[in-house]
Design a protein around this ligand. Sequence first.
Ligand code: IDP
Ligand code: MG
Length: 172
Amino acid sequence: MAERTYIMVKPDGVDRGLVGEVIKRFENKGFQLLALELQKPSREHLEKHYSDLSAKPFFAGLINYMTSGPVVRNLLMITYDNAIQLRKKQTPLEVAMVWQGKGVVKAGRVLLGETNPLASLPGTIRGDFAIDVGRNICHGSDSVESAEKEIALWFPNGVLSHKRVTDSLIYE
Ligand code: IDP
Ligand code: MG
């Protein structure tokens, strides 16, 4: 199977309107978008996603960051006397994506930049748009193996696979 990676725009990146910037850079490079979804992950889901980091001192802060988000009003029900009940809830919004292409795991990390945005060069996503490590706006898988694990976690119903017409213009 062709190499795939899991790329995610974190809640700060979604709120700041940087989803298009992230997509643009992967598209410009020539990688192929296989899946894209705006998700509202639970705290448990994010703890699973970052389970490798659960012993780190910043883990609690990381999960708080990843579960931060706008206050969303959910219409719950219309009761018998027509009173409308609203539930206000802080809801994290993550944009989950799968990208495919030759060397996409490593190249994706290059497009993202260093974990610490201050150490990231201009031209990278974190280098161009972020400052603090705990607000670094995007995620990218660090190996082919973790990519496949993360894709299964965020897209449990699977991901389409299709051959692009443009592949012959991008690959020799
Ligand atoms: P990565 O996102 O570049 O792969 P990881 O080491 O996997 O970096 O860490 C996951 C996320 O945890 C980072 O993107 C960042 O948001 C956060 N993080 C990593 N190290 C620190 C730290 O030292 N302090 C606060 N947050 C951190
Ligand atoms: Mg990582």
